[in-house]
Design a protein around this ligand. Sequence first.
Ligand code: AR6
Length: 200
Amino acid sequence: MFEEPAAALRWAQGEDRPNAPMSHEFLNGRVEVCTGDITGLRVDAVVNAANASLLGGGGVDGAIHRRGGGEILRACRELRETSYPQGLPAGEVVLTTAGNLPARYVIHTVGPIWGRDQQAQTLLASCYKKSIALAANHSLGSVAFPAISTGAYGYPKDEAAAVASTAIMEALSQADAIERVSLVFFSDADRDVFLANQQF
Ligand code: AR6
């Protein structure tokens, strides 16, 4: 009889839940910060940290295309042939099917390359703001972001945290339809850098 509350407590603390990491919440629960693999999330839209070619790459981009299957690549090829023959510029966003992912859609965005792109801060903020605006325009309620530009593109993680959180806060103030933004870090260490530098 006394075991139940203890079990419930462990559940609430996340210990018994597989793939249910401790999450940290901001903006009255509209933003959650967690650790995990973004390709496994059942959300309305997963954001991809793509490159201008839209045709795949390493990191989170590679993982999304691998798990999502050829349908995503076909949709990206079509976008290249129609709207973006020169590729997707940094700071811009496009929406495609999510193929075999549990998510409904993928929003592809291209982050700035640290040390190469001018106005890196503005471009990184644009990735977050335009992704949220695009999701809201499609009446999508939940969006999950990886830490855009902080891998292969080399954006310092602490600075990216301040830029991303400020941009998200601003975008959410104009996107009532978005109920939940998940910020998904690949390691607890990356998550902790974010938590120490966020500006929510
Ligand atoms: N789930 C969540 N986060 C992940 C995952 C995952 N499955 N895989 C990696 N990360 P990166 P960028 C984290 O390099 O810096 C690609 O080749 C990772 O630890 O994926 O914007 C593209 O094609 C890091 O913190 O994206 C581009 O050419 C974060 O995601 C280029 O890399 C972003 O790292 C884009 O570079």
